[in-house]
Design a protein around this ligand. Structure first.
Ligand code: BES
Ligand code: ZN
Ligand code: ZN
Length: 489
């Protein structure tokens, strides 16, 4: 697991702060770089040199690094472009700080002047998130690991509370990334449960797990069916955060925890199978978010459910056309064994309803269709409740994990008509992400506000993109946290 660099606030003047690199942000005003924070003192120290930095306009992505030659206390100065002044937002700051951290990966101590122009308290939080997420590396299995050397980040003129939040949000994301990046033979349903237990013990959460015999006996036919083809038995992991002074609301988070998805007998072609160790990204986001609730102390009871199984092939595996009975009591014709996610989610959603959730959000790498529709930046949101939709859209925007609302109309229920069972697992290709959502909807009592987030396109990335790292992205952890801390009675 990665170790988070230390993050500190300081009121030192930028000229006096020590460290390997002093990071200053700059925005562009009518095409000219304008420095943010307190750079006048720095400019003075350098005798007006900033005005003459060749070609530096402050556009986004631009970074210049130069040695300070003793003119300020830090050894180097890095100037990082934010783009046009009027477009500077928390998202822009997060991205710029991440780009700076990637560029300064040989540096142990960064001091940074927080961009203040927006007057937004989330600026410091986003900056911290950017520095930490941009320095994230998954090096667990490298013989010669080259992790980022960053050990200390000093933020000048930043409120302590924003820094604490930034660290918590980034750590939630990084835990989710570590889990998603772990190879499937190492992260099995059972080891996922053990990790969840460790996280729960270390962070004051309640933990329990339902193992295969109990799942079978209680009728969790989705989890049992999907897990049947594997040597690794399925589990249903449960976590619980209870606020000290009574809860304003009781919510449930449900995360898909398929530790590997071969597709089963509806087997995937190799290029599509290659990355399927990240098919537990939804579960990882739930565990990541819950791991820091004890620090953020929202007045909301949060119940986390991670149905976890391995979708494999064996003489005992589900075959296309098999009929299984879910925990909801509905029978499903498994016409395609690669539509396994909705089967395990439906079981857990039903349990969440039964255990009294007042609002439910599920998160899952559910369909390739959402990737095709929305690409790598936007996760799909399926929700019939306007209040919950608005809450999640804001939470995603603030987190830098935006979502786009997709339709989930009842007319698509006919896509799932089955000749032999109550419902079929999947419909035709066109509109596949919506069909999956409509399937799930059949297992959640309609009076409970419920949202489904499809992160199949955003849960992993083929390359580094500022704060998004290659491999498992940990997407959703920060969105879920923002949603929970924003809930008002
Ligand atoms: N885990 C996959 C979805 C996925 C695809 C996640 C690409 C990440 C990247 C899911 O279980 C799946 O295979 N879904 C099928 C559904 C189909 C059979 C209706 C799909 O997307 O093709
Ligand atoms: Zn699948
Ligand atoms: Zn899957």
């Amino acid at each position: 697991m990665s170790r988070t660099p230390q993050v500190l606030a300081s009121e030192s003047p930028p000229t006096a702060v020590t460290g390997d690199a002093l990071v200053i942000f700059a925005f562009s005003r009518q095409g000219t770089a304008t420095f943010s924070g307190a750079p006048a003192q720095i400019d003075e120290a350098f005798g007006g040199v900033f005005a003459t930095l060749p070609g530096f306009t402050g556009r986004s992505g631009q970074i210049v690094v130069f040695p300070s030659l003793g003119k300020v206390a830090a050894a180097n100065v890095a100037i990082v472009g934010l783009g046009p002044e009027e477009e500077v937002s928390a998202e822009v700051l997060r991205r710029a700080a991440a780009d700076a951290a990637r560029r300064l990966n040989e540096v142990a101590e960064i001091a940074s002047v927080v961009h203040q122009a927006s007057g937004d308290p989330s600026a410091a939080q986003a900056t911290v998130e950017g520095f930490l997420l941009g320095s994230y590396r998954y090096t667990e299995w490298k013989s010669e690991a080259k992790p980022s050397k960053l050990q200390r980040i000093v933020l000048l003129g930043a409120p302590e509370e924003s820094l604490r939040r930034g660290v918590a949000f980034a750590e939630a994301t990084m835990l989710a990334r570590d889990l998603a990046n772990e190879p499937a033979s190492s992260l099995t349903p059972m080891t996922f449960a053990r990790k969840a237990q460790e996280v729960a013990d270390a962070n004051g959460l309640e933990y329990s797990v339902m193992e295969a015999p109990e799942l079978e006996q209680r009728g969790f036919g989705g989890l049992i069916g999907v897990g049947k083809g594997s040597e690794e038995p399925p589990v249903l992991i449960k976590l619980r955060y209870v606020p000290e002074g009574g809860a304003k609301q009781k919510v449930a988070l449900v995360g898909k925890g398929i530790t590997f998805d071969t597709g089963g007998y509806s087997i995937k072609v190799p290029p599509n199978m290659e990355q399927m160790k990240t098919d537990m990204g939804g579960g990882a986001a739930v565990l990541g978010a819950m791991s820091v609730l004890g620090r953020l102390r929202p007045d909301v009871e949060v119940n986390g459910y991670i149905p976890s199984a391995e979708n494999m092939i064996s003489g005992d595996a589900l075959k296309p056309g098999d009929v299984i009975k879910l925990y909801s009591g509905k029978t499903v014709e498994v016409n395609n064994t690669d539509a396994e996610g909705r089967l395990v989610l439906a079981d857990a959603l039903k349990l969440a309803v039964e255990e009294g959730a007042e609002a439910i959000v599920d998160i899952a790498t559910l369909t390739a269709h959402i990737h095709i529709a929305l690409g790598w930046r936007y996760s799909g949101l399926f929700c019939d409740d306007e209040t919950l939709t608005a809450q999640l859209q804001v939470a995603g925007e603030v987190a830098g994990e935006p979502i786009w609302r997709m339709p989930m109309p009842d007319v698509y229920l006919s896509e799932l008509d089955s000749e032999v069972a109550d419902i079929k697992a999947s419909g035709q290709r066109y509109g596949g992400a919506s069909h999956a959502a409509v399937f799930l909807k059949q297992h959640v009592a309609t009076e409970i506000p419920w949202a489904h987030l499809d992160i199949a396109g955003t849960g992993r990335s083929d390359k580094h993109r500022s704060e998004i790292s290659r491999g498992g992205t940990g997407v959703g952890a920060r969105l879920l946290l923002n949603w929970i801390v924003g809930i008002e009675g």
